[in-house]
Design a protein around this ligand. Structure first.
Ligand code: FAD
Length: 468
């Protein structure tokens, strides 16, 4: 009998976590191949950065591969020489915020362990990109073709999409369209005038990276609302229990959460504890809303939710505050009204939210609007090939790929494709809160369970199944 074969495209956190969960839980022989062009597995877009200023945005104790190994990364990190060498990682309350690359290294070690500890599952990494799906075969950039029983897509973060007004300037020397590319910030002069489009997490990464390069020139960050990601909370705080809220409406939820924040404040508890609880219940809240209400959330509330929910490490927040206080960083609610080239520089005109017009000559304009999730299914040849053949389709909210409650992709006509799965944040239109590590880790464990079920392989019962 042939050993079933699971093909995973993408070896960032989601694909690697899925492979490890399959290895740990398959009770019969299985082959698992992870196709990933990076040299090591586990890092993906978030944890492959070698920038020392890029830190995990929650304490290490909250990063894990599965719910039953809480604190494992924190313990591992504290045993590494980097922990004592990186004094900035340590907060006064004892929490550590390691450089993001350390988490990638940790996952690569877990994968290597899984290869050794679960010999009945053959785990393999092919260092290549998957280019197309043709005649039941996956075509790879190294010339190999793969055939298998299950295809799992673990591709979450495409490069940032360039705002339309910037398209004619895509090759301009002053424009940095993708700040994640290694080395792109290295040639910025320490006195250069720099503007950043976007004021979220990627902007915080850029400000922190410029600080390590001793940049002290004028820095202007702008977005329509000019909202900065909030800082993470230090210290130990009691948990908050949300009062029940049965109304399936975005507006009522907003009122309810505001009232809960006020109630918490009366007890001297910070808003972050309330939001943490909303986030913990995020999947069930999201799934109780109709598509119309979800669309309302995306239109009116998402940018507010994002800056409160995706918080930044205290070290990065301190750098931003320090530059704001020194007057070298301005954060503005404004939209880009015009842009023109002047030699190697760019001139931009901004219309601010309070009605003023500002002109700025710039040495560099950096785009930090984040991954172009709305264009994921058209962002690369493999996903285009799968959508053209009708195996996948974009979801209705512009988050990624449409899936059913078992994470099967939905075909062009809305039917589940039995052997194609999505693992990780690309499935979040269905599940809601599916971006931070704890939820992505749980999702990978659940998709492993679904895949084993579809292959009629019994799952090793280590922990109770998650509610779908
Ligand atoms: C910059 C950033 C920082 C973050 N920081 C934190 C944090 O501090 N804490 C936290 O809890 N969460 C954080 N997150 C969120 C979270 O951890 C990520 O969403 C999670 O890592 C998702 O990983 P992924 O594997 O699904 O996707 P990705 O990271 O996008 O990985 C996908 C992988 O697929 C590969 N790939 C793509 N196309 C192909 C193809 N055709 N063939 C083969 N391989 C392919 C890519 O090379 C990539 O390695 C962060 C996210 C980002 C983007």
């Amino acid at each position: 009998m042939q050993i079933p074969h699971v093909m995973i495209v993408g070896g960032g956190f989601s694909g690697t976590a899925l492979a490890i969960h399959l290895a740990r839980n398959a009770t019969a022989p299985l082959r698992v191949t992870v196709v990933e062009p990076r040299q090591t597995l586990g890092a993906g877009v978030a944890y492959s950065t070698q920038e020392p200023a890029h830190r995990i945005n929650v304490p290490a104790s909250r990063m894990q591969l599965s719910g039953d190994e809480q604190g494992a990364f924190d313990r591992w990190y504290r045993q590494q020489p980097e922990c004592s060498l990186d004094s900035v990682a340590h907060c006064a309350d004892g929490a550590v915020y390691p450089q993001r690359g350390m988490f990638g290294r940790y996952l690569a070690e877990l994968f290597a362990q899984a290869v050794l500890q679960h010999p009945q599952v053959t785990l393999r990494h092919i260092q290549a990109s998957a280019l197309a799906w043709e005649g039941q075969q996956l075509l790879l950039s190294n010339g190999e073709t793969l055939e298998g029983n299950v295809l799992a897509l673990a591709i979450s973060h495409p490069p940032p999409s360039l705002p339309r007004a910037l398209l004619p300037f895509s090759a301009h020397p002053a424009l940095i369209a993708n700040p994640w590319q290694p080395g792109v910030l290295d040639n910025i002069d320490s006195h250069a005038s720099v503007a950043i489009i976007g004021t979220g997490l990627s902007m915080a990464d850029v400000v922190a990276s410029l600080a390590t390069r001793q940049h002290r020139g004028p820095l202007l960050a702008f977005s329509r609302r000019g909202q900065l990601s909030r800082a993470n909370l230090s210290g130990e705080w009691p948990e908050w229990t949300l009062a029940p809220q049965p109304q399936p409406s975005t507006r009522l939820w907003l009122h309810h959460i505001r009232a809960e924040v006020a109630r918490a404040a009366e007890q001297q508890l910070p808003w972050q504890r309330v939001l943490d609880e909303v986030r913990a219940q995020g999947q069930s809240i999201w799934q109780s809303l109709s598509l119309r209400e979800q669309q309302r959330f995306v239109r009116h509330l998402r940018s507010w939710w994002d800056v409160h929910r995706y918080r930044i490490a205290p070290q990065v927040a301190a750098e931003i505050t320090q530059r704001q206080q020194a007057g070298t960083l301005r954060v503005l609610a404004a939209r880009l009204a015009a842009i023109a080239s002047r030699g190697d520089q760019l001139d931009i005109t901004l219309h601010t939210r309070d009605g003023a017009t500002e002109h700025h000559p710039l040495d560099h304009l950096i785009v930090t609007t984040g991954p172009g999730h709305e264009a994921l299914t058209a962002s690369q040849p493999l996903l285009l090939s799968l959508s053209q053949q009708g195996f996948i389709r974009a979801d209705a909210l512009g988050f990624g790929i449409d899936v059913d409650r078992h994470s099967h992709t939905l075909t062009r006509s809305g039917q589940p494709s039995q052997n194609v799965f999505v693992v990780g944040p690309a499935a979040r239109a269905r599940f809601g809160e599916l971006m931070g590590l704890p939820q992505v880790a749980d999702h990978a464990a659940e998709v492993a369970r679904q895949i084993l079920l579809s292959l009629h392989i019994k799952h090793a019962e280590r922990c109770p199944p998650l509610a779908p």
